[in-house]
Design a protein around this ligand. Structure first.
Ligand SMILES: [Zn+2]
Ligand SMILES: [Zn+2]
Length: 205
């Protein structure tokens, strides 16, 4: 099963921004899992360092940053500069190094998945639930200006949460596991925070 953050651009025009506030790490103890981060294309090294620090602090996992890679031509939609996120997940799985529990691809390019009747629905991120690969992109987050990296962090924590087995959350509007339901509005109300129900799911053996 895959879960995606989607974004129809038209819905963004009247949105207002309220950034995340207090964060609360769901894991009291450091765990021993390792997440590999694969920088793709022209993603900034500062963004990779930020996501590495945020994942480590939030989930307590270890991080291994891999050498940057080009976006795979095999995942590109013909005659466009758009890339299939489901194909990217399969491509990423093949690049997960031994000793790593999962791999996160971070891109600046436009990624899409199928959503209902839309074969090429633009998204922020996609991840297996549970699973060993997820991908995020800041392509559709650049328009949020100085909130770009805050939102990229939220999307990343959300997709890695899916990899860890977390489903979408209906318990709390501020929980970062809320379903974006195909719009960006969810990002404006989410905090860098998991509700008690999601934290319980995460810490179950
Ligand atoms: Zn999701
Ligand atoms: Zn929740």
């Amino acid at each position: 099963m895959k879960c995606a953050y989607g974004l129809p651009v038209i819905l963004l025009l009247h949105s207002c921004v309220s950034g995340p506030s207090n964060s609360e790490s769901p894991r009291e103890k450091k765990d021993s899992t390792v997440t590999a981060i694969l920088p793709l294309g022209s993603i900034e090294s500062g963004q990779i360092r930020l996501l590495s620090a945020e994942l480590s602090a939030f989930y307590g996992m270890k991080i291994r940053i891999l050498p940057p890679s080009k976006m795979p031509e095999s995942c590109r939609l013909k005659n466009t500069q758009r890339f299939s996120a489901p194909l990217m997940l399969k491509w990423l799985i093949d690049r997960k190094p031994a000793g790593c529990n999962r791999i996160l691809g971070v891109s600046t390019r436009d990624i899409f998945t199928q959503k209902g009747p839309h074969p090429h629905w633009g998204i922020f991120g996609l991840g297996y639930k549970p699973g060993e690969a997820c991908i995020v992109s800041d392509h559709r987050l650049k328009q949020f200006g100085n909130k770009r990296d805050t939102f990229l962090t939220l999307v990343t924590l959300h997709e890695v949460g899916h990899n860890l087995g977390l489903p979408h959350c209906k318990k709390h509007p501020s929980c970062l596991m809320n379903d974006a339901k195909g719009t960006a509005r969810t990002l404006f109300s989410e905090k860098k925070w998991l509700c008690s129900n999601c934290r319980l799911l995460l810490t179950k053996p």
